[in-house]
Design a protein around this ligand. Structure first.
Ligand SMILES: Cc1ncc(COP(=O)(O)O)c(C=O)c1O
Length: 358
């Protein structure tokens, strides 16, 4: 199905930021995508307009009851000048699951991807080309109906904004950084039956306290444990977690409390293709600690759109800490990063058919 969106170009284009000093999520492009939903009318009036503040009624439901969702993916410019999106239908699929959980009206996957392609096409000159940079795309939906009362709204806005971004971690060569991770044994991110599998702002608001405490301890991120027993590893900050013990790669299963990362899925597929043992199963933090003490914890790394692969150099507990792989970046993390980044940027052959040309 094809979709027609109206396009109104800005009369005052902004200067593009210097690709050498780009940070994550600070600069925004000239335009944004907007679409409205009203009961009885469905999703309508898809349009690309100049980037500008949104006007909201102070009673807009999202401001009070957080009925909203978001997604995140990147566009890259390949050496042969194509604009590449990485597995955008996976984001569309996850958006549908989030919407269903949040009582937000469904958006057809083709419409979701068509809207992304349309805004990226308009903003393609904003895709930075320096190594490690890309155009981050942030689709989001929120309830903009004015009412006070806890029930699903009858009116929503679907918005897509784009941000040219630099490497997630501020290293001299824009490369990977071995992070320090605090094992959070008190606060939890998501409980069974909750919204852990959905990409909703409220999950992140609830995570800030632990993140603040972790950074006071000199750690970049938090390792979340399960909400019931506080014993099993789940996710690392805003990414999925992988542990390599005795050569076996282990990641938490998708039982409702973990965000089903697009990068996580891609890592699993690549490891299977390479014949590296990979298991989705529950893993006790005590077994991780024991493996570290016995020198059997080969590597820990996180996967996500923002940093692609983020190696862990140190696990910090309340009472102790362990260097992993001598604090050095592990070989599997390096290999996965090179392969994924190579496919995303079009430098490597896309044998798994993951990229979509805009
Ligand atoms: C909580 C959480 N887990 C995992 C991920 C990784 O997901 P993806 O690989 O789709 O970016 C993210 C990032 O979006 C996240 O916020």
């Amino acid at each position: 199905m094809s979709y027609n969106f109206t396009i109104t170009k800005t009369a005052t284009p902004k200067p593009k930021p210097d690709p050498n000093t780009l940070r994550f999520g600070k600069a925004f492009t000239d335009h944004m995508f907007l679409m409205d939903y009203a009961d009885g009318k469905g999703w309508h009036d898809g349009r690309i307009v100049p980037y500008a503040p949104l006007e909201l009624d102070p009673a807009a439901a999202v401001l009070h009851y957080s009925q909203s969702m978001f997604e995140g993916l990147k566009a890259y410019r390949s050496a042969d000048r194509r604009v590449l999106l990485f597995r955008p239908y996976k984001n569309a699929e996850r958006a549908q699951k989030t919407n269903e959980r949040m009582c937000i009206p469904d958006i057809d996957k083709d419409l979701f991807v068509a809207a992304i392609k349309a805004i990226v096409e308009v903003e393609q000159d904003w895709i930075p080309e320096k190594k490690g940079t890309s155009l981050y795309i942030r689709p989001f939906i929120f309830a903009d109906e004015a009412f006070l009362g806890v029930h699903a709204a009858h009116h929503y806005k679907f918005v897509i904004i784009c941000s040219p971004v630099g490497p997630y971690y501020d290293t001299p060569d824009g490369g990977m950084l071995a992070t320090s991770i605090f094992v959070e044994e008190e606060y939890v991110r998501a409980a069974p039956g909750g919204t852990g599998f959905a990409k909703v702002g409220a999950n992140y608001a609830a995570s800030l306290k632990a993140q603040q405490l972790a950074s006071e301890r000199g750690c970049e991120q938090v390792l979340w444990l399960d909400a019931i027993e506080h014993k099993y590893v789940e996710e690392i900050g805003t990414s999925n977690a992988f542990f390599v013990i005795d050569g076996e790669v282990i990641t938490a299963p998708l039982h409702g409390t973990i965000l089903p990362g697009v990068t996580r899925d891609s890592v699993i597929e690549l490891l299977k293709k390479w014949g590296v043992p990979i298991t989705e199963r529950r893993l006790l933090i005590d077994d991780v600690r024991k493996a570290a003490q016995e020198g059997r914890l080969n590597e820990v790394f996180a996967s996500g759109t923002a940093a692609v692969i983020s190696p862990v150099g140190k696990l910090v507990f309340e009472d102790s800490e362990f260097a992993i792989n001598g604090g050095e970046i592990g070989s599997l993390a390096k290999r996965l990063y090179a392969e994924l980044y190579g496919i995303q940027t079009g430098d490597l052959e896309d044998t798994l058919n993951w990229t979509l040309t805009v």
